[in-house]
Design a protein around this ligand. Structure first.
Ligand SMILES: NC(=O)c1ccc[n+]([C@@H]2O[C@H](COP(=O)([O-])OP(=O)(O)OC[C@H]3O[C@@H](n4cnc5c(N)ncnc54)[C@H](OP(=O)(O)O)[C@@H]3O)[C@@H](O)[C@H]2O)c1
Length: 250
Protein backbone atom coordinates (compact mmCIF):
# COMPACT_ATOMS: atom_id res chain seq x y z
CA UNK A 1 0.00 0.00 0.00
CA UNK A 2 1.36 3.42 -0.83
CA UNK A 3 1.77 6.16 1.75
CA UNK A 4 -0.84 8.15 -0.17
CA UNK A 5 -3.69 5.69 0.12
CA UNK A 6 -2.91 4.73 3.72
CA UNK A 7 -2.94 8.30 5.02
CA UNK A 8 -5.75 9.74 2.86
CA UNK A 9 -8.58 10.98 5.12
CA UNK A 10 -6.92 9.59 8.25
CA UNK A 11 -7.72 11.83 11.25
CA UNK A 12 -4.48 12.57 13.03
CA UNK A 13 -3.51 14.56 16.12
CA UNK A 14 0.14 15.59 16.43
CA UNK A 15 1.30 17.24 19.64
CA UNK A 16 4.18 19.65 19.15
CA UNK A 17 3.24 19.95 15.50
CA UNK A 18 4.58 23.48 15.02
CA UNK A 19 8.32 22.83 15.00
CA UNK A 20 10.93 20.19 14.23
CA UNK A 21 9.67 16.64 13.72
CA UNK A 22 6.02 17.41 14.49
CA UNK A 23 5.87 20.18 11.89
CA UNK A 24 7.62 17.94 9.36
CA UNK A 25 5.07 15.17 10.01
CA UNK A 26 2.13 17.58 9.62
CA UNK A 27 3.62 18.92 6.39
CA UNK A 28 4.24 15.42 5.00
CA UNK A 29 0.68 14.37 5.86
CA UNK A 30 -0.86 17.31 4.03
CA UNK A 31 0.00 15.94 0.59
CA UNK A 32 -1.70 12.52 0.86
CA UNK A 33 -4.85 14.23 2.21
CA UNK A 34 -4.78 13.38 5.90
CA UNK A 35 -6.82 15.52 8.29
CA UNK A 36 -4.45 16.85 10.90
CA UNK A 37 -4.71 18.73 14.16
CA UNK A 38 -1.45 20.12 15.49
CA UNK A 39 -1.29 20.98 19.17
CA UNK A 40 1.21 23.42 20.68
CA UNK A 41 1.34 26.22 23.23
CA UNK A 42 2.09 28.92 20.64
CA UNK A 43 0.43 29.43 17.31
CA UNK A 44 3.20 31.56 15.79
CA UNK A 45 5.36 28.80 14.38
CA UNK A 46 2.32 26.91 13.05
CA UNK A 47 1.43 29.39 10.34
CA UNK A 48 3.33 27.79 7.45
CA UNK A 49 1.88 24.41 8.40
CA UNK A 50 -1.76 25.28 8.95
CA UNK A 51 -2.27 26.76 5.50
CA UNK A 52 -3.68 23.50 4.14
CA UNK A 53 -7.49 23.15 4.37
CA UNK A 54 -7.04 19.87 6.24
CA UNK A 55 -4.58 21.11 8.85
CA UNK A 56 -5.94 22.71 12.00
CA UNK A 57 -4.31 24.21 15.05
CA UNK A 58 -5.38 23.62 18.64
CA UNK A 59 -3.64 25.74 21.23
CA UNK A 60 -2.76 23.87 24.39
CA UNK A 61 -0.15 22.75 26.85
CA UNK A 62 0.04 18.94 27.02
CA UNK A 63 1.65 19.12 30.46
CA UNK A 64 -1.44 20.80 31.93
CA UNK A 65 -4.05 18.54 33.53
CA UNK A 66 -6.57 21.37 33.27
CA UNK A 67 -6.17 21.72 29.49
CA UNK A 68 -6.21 18.11 28.33
CA UNK A 69 -9.97 17.62 28.01
CA UNK A 70 -10.38 20.96 26.19
CA UNK A 71 -7.55 20.03 23.78
CA UNK A 72 -9.18 16.65 23.09
CA UNK A 73 -12.67 18.12 22.67
CA UNK A 74 -11.42 20.79 20.22
CA UNK A 75 -9.39 18.26 18.24
CA UNK A 76 -12.33 15.85 17.97
CA UNK A 77 -14.64 18.69 16.94
CA UNK A 78 -12.27 19.64 14.12
CA UNK A 79 -11.60 16.08 12.92
CA UNK A 80 -14.86 14.31 13.75
CA UNK A 81 -12.90 11.49 15.43
CA UNK A 82 -9.37 10.19 15.59
CA UNK A 83 -7.41 7.44 13.87
CA UNK A 84 -3.83 8.28 14.87
CA UNK A 85 -2.41 10.09 17.90
CA UNK A 86 1.24 11.14 17.69
CA UNK A 87 2.57 12.16 21.11
CA UNK A 88 5.54 14.15 19.84
CA UNK A 89 5.73 17.31 22.01
CA UNK A 90 8.80 17.10 24.17
CA UNK A 91 10.76 19.02 26.80
CA UNK A 92 14.42 18.29 27.63
CA UNK A 93 14.51 20.27 30.86
CA UNK A 94 16.04 23.59 31.71
CA UNK A 95 19.06 24.40 29.59
CA UNK A 96 21.98 24.28 29.92
CA UNK A 97 21.16 20.74 30.98
CA UNK A 98 22.12 19.89 34.54
CA UNK A 99 23.37 16.92 36.49
CA UNK A 100 20.56 15.22 38.40
CA UNK A 101 21.96 16.48 41.68
CA UNK A 102 21.60 20.08 40.43
CA UNK A 103 18.18 19.56 38.83
CA UNK A 104 15.30 21.42 40.47
CA UNK A 105 12.53 19.02 41.50
CA UNK A 106 9.99 21.32 39.81
CA UNK A 107 11.86 21.09 36.51
CA UNK A 108 12.11 17.30 36.81
CA UNK A 109 8.34 17.22 37.37
CA UNK A 110 7.77 19.46 34.34
CA UNK A 111 9.79 17.09 32.12
CA UNK A 112 7.69 14.14 33.29
CA UNK A 113 4.47 16.15 32.93
CA UNK A 114 5.31 16.99 29.30
CA UNK A 115 6.89 13.75 28.08
CA UNK A 116 5.05 11.11 30.12
CA UNK A 117 1.96 12.24 32.01
CA UNK A 118 0.70 14.44 29.14
CA UNK A 119 0.85 11.57 26.61
CA UNK A 120 -0.82 9.30 29.20
CA UNK A 121 -3.70 11.74 29.73
CA UNK A 122 -4.16 12.42 26.01
CA UNK A 123 -4.08 8.72 25.17
CA UNK A 124 -6.66 7.96 27.87
CA UNK A 125 -8.93 10.75 26.63
CA UNK A 126 -8.71 9.77 22.93
CA UNK A 127 -9.02 6.02 23.56
CA UNK A 128 -12.81 5.66 23.91
CA UNK A 129 -13.31 6.67 20.26
CA UNK A 130 -10.60 4.28 19.08
CA UNK A 131 -12.03 1.43 21.15
CA UNK A 132 -15.51 2.04 19.74
CA UNK A 133 -14.25 1.96 16.15
CA UNK A 134 -12.00 -1.01 17.03
CA UNK A 135 -8.91 0.56 15.52
CA UNK A 136 -6.34 3.23 16.16
CA UNK A 137 -2.63 3.90 16.24
CA UNK A 138 -0.76 5.72 19.01
CA UNK A 139 2.81 6.78 18.28
CA UNK A 140 4.91 7.89 21.23
CA UNK A 141 8.07 9.68 20.13
CA UNK A 142 10.94 8.37 22.20
CA UNK A 143 14.71 8.93 22.22
CA UNK A 144 17.97 7.01 22.50
CA UNK A 145 18.22 8.70 25.91
CA UNK A 146 15.57 6.19 27.02
CA UNK A 147 18.22 3.48 26.72
CA UNK A 148 21.57 5.24 27.24
CA UNK A 149 22.66 6.86 30.51
CA UNK A 150 23.85 10.27 29.27
CA UNK A 151 25.02 12.58 32.08
CA UNK A 152 22.80 15.71 32.40
CA UNK A 153 19.89 14.09 30.53
CA UNK A 154 18.43 12.48 33.70
CA UNK A 155 14.85 13.73 33.77
CA UNK A 156 14.42 13.50 30.01
CA UNK A 157 15.89 9.97 29.91
CA UNK A 158 13.67 8.78 32.75
CA UNK A 159 10.58 10.24 31.03
CA UNK A 160 11.37 8.57 27.69
CA UNK A 161 12.25 5.21 29.30
CA UNK A 162 8.91 5.26 31.10
CA UNK A 163 7.15 6.34 27.90
CA UNK A 164 8.66 3.33 26.10
CA UNK A 165 7.52 0.91 28.75
CA UNK A 166 4.05 2.36 29.14
CA UNK A 167 3.71 2.00 25.34
CA UNK A 168 4.44 -1.73 25.68
CA UNK A 169 1.83 -2.05 28.42
CA UNK A 170 -0.79 -0.02 26.52
CA UNK A 171 -0.14 -2.30 23.54
CA UNK A 172 -0.47 -5.45 25.66
CA UNK A 173 -3.77 -4.21 27.07
CA UNK A 174 -5.31 -2.79 23.90
CA UNK A 175 -4.10 -4.77 20.89
CA UNK A 176 -7.16 -7.00 21.37
CA UNK A 177 -9.26 -3.87 20.63
CA UNK A 178 -7.40 -3.23 17.36
CA UNK A 179 -5.24 -0.44 18.78
CA UNK A 180 -1.52 -0.43 18.07
CA UNK A 181 1.14 1.40 20.05
CA UNK A 182 4.63 2.21 18.81
CA UNK A 183 7.41 4.00 20.72
CA UNK A 184 9.81 5.32 18.13
CA UNK A 185 13.20 6.95 18.62
CA UNK A 186 13.56 9.21 15.57
CA UNK A 187 17.35 9.60 15.89
CA UNK A 188 19.25 12.89 16.11
CA UNK A 189 17.60 15.67 14.09
CA UNK A 190 18.36 19.25 13.19
CA UNK A 191 15.63 20.90 15.28
CA UNK A 192 15.38 23.75 17.80
CA UNK A 193 15.20 21.23 20.66
CA UNK A 194 18.50 19.64 19.67
CA UNK A 195 20.28 22.99 19.58
CA UNK A 196 18.74 24.07 22.90
CA UNK A 197 20.27 20.97 24.45
CA UNK A 198 23.55 20.90 22.48
CA UNK A 199 24.19 24.45 21.18
CA UNK A 200 27.54 23.61 19.55
CA UNK A 201 26.25 20.57 17.61
CA UNK A 202 27.26 20.32 13.96
CA UNK A 203 24.11 20.41 11.79
CA UNK A 204 25.93 18.20 9.26
CA UNK A 205 25.77 15.33 11.80
CA UNK A 206 22.01 15.61 12.18
CA UNK A 207 19.11 14.23 10.17
CA UNK A 208 16.72 16.58 8.42
CA UNK A 209 13.34 16.23 10.21
CA UNK A 210 11.59 16.27 6.81
CA UNK A 211 13.48 13.10 5.77
CA UNK A 212 12.79 11.47 9.14
CA UNK A 213 9.09 12.32 8.87
CA UNK A 214 8.79 10.74 5.40
CA UNK A 215 10.59 7.57 6.46
CA UNK A 216 8.67 7.35 9.72
CA UNK A 217 5.28 7.57 8.00
CA UNK A 218 6.30 4.80 5.61
CA UNK A 219 7.37 2.67 8.57
CA UNK A 220 4.17 3.32 10.53
CA UNK A 221 1.84 2.43 7.68
CA UNK A 222 3.46 -0.95 7.07
CA UNK A 223 2.03 -3.09 9.86
CA UNK A 224 3.96 -6.13 8.61
CA UNK A 225 7.21 -4.45 9.66
CA UNK A 226 6.17 -4.18 13.31
CA UNK A 227 7.27 -7.08 15.41
CA UNK A 228 7.57 -5.14 18.67
CA UNK A 229 6.58 -1.83 20.20
CA UNK A 230 9.80 0.10 20.81
CA UNK A 231 12.12 0.96 17.93
CA UNK A 232 15.49 2.70 17.96
CA UNK A 233 16.34 4.98 15.04
CA UNK A 234 18.66 2.44 13.45
CA UNK A 235 16.23 -0.46 14.01
CA UNK A 236 13.19 1.06 12.33
CA UNK A 237 15.20 2.36 9.39
CA UNK A 238 16.82 -1.06 8.92
CA UNK A 239 13.49 -2.87 9.29
CA UNK A 240 12.01 -0.54 6.71
CA UNK A 241 14.90 -1.09 4.27
CA UNK A 242 14.56 -4.86 4.71
CA UNK A 243 10.80 -4.59 4.14
CA UNK A 244 11.32 -2.61 0.95
CA UNK A 245 13.95 -5.10 -0.23
CA UNK A 246 11.62 -8.00 0.62
CA UNK A 247 8.81 -6.41 -1.39
CA UNK A 248 11.07 -5.98 -4.41
CA UNK A 249 12.08 -9.66 -4.14
CA UNK A 250 8.52 -10.97 -3.76
N1 LIG B 1 15.65 16.58 17.89
C1 LIG B 1 16.20 15.42 18.16
O1 LIG B 1 17.37 15.15 17.82
C2 LIG B 1 15.42 14.34 18.88
C3 LIG B 1 16.05 13.12 19.13
C4 LIG B 1 15.33 12.12 19.77
C5 LIG B 1 14.02 12.35 20.15
N2 LIG B 1 13.43 13.55 19.88
C6 LIG B 1 12.03 13.73 20.27
O2 LIG B 1 11.31 14.17 19.13
C7 LIG B 1 10.18 14.96 19.56
C8 LIG B 1 10.15 16.26 18.78
O3 LIG B 1 11.33 16.98 19.08
P1 LIG B 1 11.85 18.20 18.18
O4 LIG B 1 13.32 18.12 18.24
O5 LIG B 1 11.14 18.20 16.90
O6 LIG B 1 11.39 19.44 19.11
P2 LIG B 1 11.13 20.99 18.78
O7 LIG B 1 11.60 21.36 17.44
O8 LIG B 1 11.65 21.74 19.97
O9 LIG B 1 9.53 21.08 18.79
C9 LIG B 1 8.82 20.82 19.96
C10 LIG B 1 7.35 21.04 19.69
O10 LIG B 1 6.62 20.66 20.86
C11 LIG B 1 5.80 21.77 21.26
N3 LIG B 1 5.69 21.69 22.71
C12 LIG B 1 6.69 21.69 23.62
N4 LIG B 1 6.19 21.60 24.85
C13 LIG B 1 4.84 21.53 24.71
C14 LIG B 1 3.77 21.44 25.62
N5 LIG B 1 3.97 21.40 26.94
N6 LIG B 1 2.50 21.35 25.14
C15 LIG B 1 2.28 21.39 23.80
N7 LIG B 1 3.25 21.48 22.89
C16 LIG B 1 4.52 21.56 23.35
C17 LIG B 1 6.52 23.02 20.73
O11 LIG B 1 5.66 24.14 20.52
P3 LIG B 1 5.39 25.21 21.70
O12 LIG B 1 6.72 25.52 22.31
O13 LIG B 1 4.75 26.38 21.01
O14 LIG B 1 4.46 24.55 22.64
C18 LIG B 1 6.98 22.48 19.38
O15 LIG B 1 5.91 22.48 18.45
C19 LIG B 1 10.34 15.14 21.07
O16 LIG B 1 9.51 14.22 21.74
C20 LIG B 1 11.79 14.81 21.31
O17 LIG B 1 12.00 14.32 22.62
C21 LIG B 1 14.10 14.56 19.26
Amino acid sequence: MTAKSFWKNKRIVITGGTSGLGKALATALNEPGAKVVVVARNKGAARPVIQGPNIHFVQGDVSSKRQVHRIVAEALAKLGGIDVLINNAGYVGETPLKLLVDTECEDFEQVLATNLVGPFRLTKAFLPGMILQKKGIVINISSDAAINAYATWGGYSASKAALDHISRIWNEELSQHGIRFLAIDPGDMNTPMYFRAIPDADPADLNDPADVADQLLTFIEDKDLHTGVRYAGKEWRMTQQKGELWKTLK
